[in-house]
Write a protein that binds this ligand. Sequence first.
Ligand SMILES: NC(=O)c1ccc[n+]([C@@H]2O[C@H](COP(=O)([O-])OP(=O)(O)OC[C@H]3O[C@@H](n4cnc5c(N)ncnc54)[C@H](OP(=O)(O)O)[C@@H]3O)[C@@H](O)[C@H]2O)c1
Length: 242
Amino acid sequence: MAKTKTAIVIGVGALNGLGASIARRLAREGLHVLLAGRSAGRLEGIAAAIANEGGSAEAVVADATDELAVANLFATAKLRGALELAVFNAGNNTPGRIAEMEASYFEASWRTGCFGGFLFAREAARQMLPAGGTLIFTGASASLRGRAGFGAFNAAKGALRLLAQALAKECGPEGLHVAHVIIDGGIDGEVLRKRLPEMVERLGKDRLIDLDGLAAAYWFLHQQPRRAWTFELDLRTKDEAW
Ligand SMILES: NC(=O)c1ccc[n+]([C@@H]2O[C@H](COP(=O)([O-])OP(=O)(O)OC[C@H]3O[C@@H](n4cnc5c(N)ncnc54)[C@H](OP(=O)(O)O)[C@@H]3O)[C@@H](O)[C@H]2O)c1
């Protein structure tokens, strides 16, 4: 009997957020999706929304920085079927000037944005090889250049990108498609609407990146044949100055 095709998305919180949008798209494509994040209630709400749309998903509470929790997440996925896609989406913006920053703040930013990516990638590689599969990391403009007021976030995202690149070279030949997505600009979702409503107001809908468009890009990466793999994809609105 064919095993259920399974995906994991870690860094799922808001229903109107990137993690949830990717998960909804994967469920629409027929994958059973494990939704991982730290808030059971929010994850269950997203699993219910996916079920309402005719898809299959389950909530798994897991902090990306917790080695055991990440290992348990992958062990649960193994029980469900054949893991073919894993997405590391955790790591929200951590602004602040370096000279005034607490060491613990910098470390927490790095733990979520980079160390968590390592824990996730290691388990994904162990589970998806030798059969093969896709592992996608969410990046940002912060992954490519340092900017005043964003040193902690830049350090985490930049290191995550290089981790992804090293892994792509290490495990690509064995059949693991590793990709990194640069999201260049604000996403039209709950995080910005809650944290920076004035920015959302100022930019307007046309200058915020569309969640469905982003989710479609993740699915596109997963669909690529082995002889035409993308490592890095960047996405922005037509009006972004870059
Ligand atoms: N929003 C933007 O404008 C923007 C722009 C460029 C790039 N990005 C990138 O997009 C990704 C986030 O997407 P989003 O902003 O739309 O928000 P999102 O999908 O809601 O994803 C972030 C969720 O991850 C969860 N999370 C945070 N730390 C975690 C941890 N240690 N372990 C497990 N889960 C954790 C949080 O939910 P809980 O607190 O409930 O766990 C949070 O809501 C991030 O990688 C971010 O850098 C965002």
